[in-house]
Ligand binder design. Structure first.
Ligand SMILES: [Zn+2]
Length: 356
């Protein structure tokens, strides 16, 4: 029997700035929150992207960097060591960059119970504003309990120059909400999971916001603004639900399986989008055509077709996927799904382009 959760505290970002030129204002945002001594986690590549704007913005408000960490490893023990070596006077931790720096910064902030300001320089998935950190634990990638950012600052001038593969990955991670929400509802209808209406609404709305009003030009400023907002909302939906259910279903299981099977896995959102279209067909999801349409109009299919996933690897991932999380009902839990999926990979026009 599933019992309603006890009242829990929901953390949402108190500082949320998305727009062009936001990096130039970061000193003011921190100053307003009385964060005068900060530690930053970043990567080598990021520094050239943000400097000298970042340092100038801090100088203007006399914000001091007490420590700079190059987040080269996301091994939990290495990150924990980094966290506990930070000076006690640190008011806040700022993560700037893509995956690794943000995951490390978020976890360090969680361990030290300090506020965390997240500054993504790419929009490739919804992990930056979620309650988990993706870290290496004993050699394997795991989502570890962490904390929601206190602040999210996204400078669209930086996003504008990010490579298209990251933007397509972000689009793919958003599209996947269509199948994730369907799996969640089905699990609930079978009495196998609890459902949260508000989290589900947030997740649906974030998707709606992105694709119903903003067109399909991934290079347009308004599309990128909307993508940033939608990915942020998707992360918040996970916090509200107290699980990854609103953002992750069968399609994410296939992607996790691909990560462990493929010689060279693709970006998270690229794998997830392809799997999402397949899973929507398996679900008889009435919005399967919508996924296909979004992936066609944004140019995703064409992009993914240039570097397809090997068929043998995808089929092996299909077999592994339902075993990845125990007690997690998705359409892949149905016995018939594997044969149906293999059949669809061989016959569906869109899938044949990207799985070869
Ligand atoms: Zn995802």
């Amino acid at each position: 029997m599933i019992i309603a959760p006890a009242t829990k505290q929901i953390n949402i970002p108190y500082l949320l700035k998305i727009g062009a030129g936001k990096m130039d204002r970061i000193g003011k945002y921190l100053f307003d929150k009385e964060m005068k001594k900060i530690a930053i986690f970043t990567s080598k590549n990021t520094i050239s992207l943000i400097e000298p704007r970042f340092s100038d913005a801090l100088k203007e408000y006399d914000i001091k960097i007490v420590e700079r960490k190059l987040a080269e490893s996301i091994d939990l023990e290495v990150v924990a060591h980094s966290a506990f070596s930070l000076p006690r006077e640190t008011d806040a931790i700022v993560g700037i960059g893509g995956g690794k720096a943000l995951d490390a910064a978020k976890y360090a902030a969680f361990l030290l119970q300090k506020p965390y300001i997240c500054t993504p320089t790419i929009l490739s998935n919804d992990g930056f504003c979620s309650p988990g950190s993706s870290l290496l634990v004993e050699g394997g990638r795991k989502s570890v309990k962490s904390k929601m950012p206190f602040g999210v600052v996204i400078d669209l001038d930086i996003i504008k120059v990010s490579p298209p593969n990251f933007l397509y990955s972000g689009v793919g991670d958003m599209v996947s909400k269509i199948t994730a929400l369907f799996d969640w509802k089905e699990a609930f209808d079978r009495g196998l999971d609890r459902f949260n209406d508000f989290a589900s609404m947030l997740s649906y709305n974030s998707l709606d916001l992105l694709f119903s009003k903003r067109g399909y030009d991934i290079y347009a400023l308004e599309f990128q603004r909307s993508l940033a907002t939608s990915l942020t909302m998707s992360g918040i939906a996970m916090e509200v639900a107290g699980s990854s259910r609103p953002a992750s279903g069968s399609e994410h299981l296939i992607s996790h399986a691909l990560d462990s099977i493929c010689v060279k896995p693709k970006l998270h959102g690229i794998q997830v989008a392809i799997a999402s279209y397949l899973c929507a067909l398996l679900q008889n999801n009435p919005n399967a055509h919508l996924i296909n349409e979004i992936l066609e109009k944004t140019g995703f299919w064409e992009f993914a077709a240039r570097d397809p996933i090997a068929k043998e690897e995808f089929v092996a991932a299909l077999k592994l996927a339902p075993t990845i999380k125990s007690d997690y009902y998705t359409v892949l839990s149905e016995k018939v799904s594997y044969d149906r999926a293999a059949d669809l990979i061989a016959t569906d026009q869109a899938l044949k382009r990207v799985i070869r």
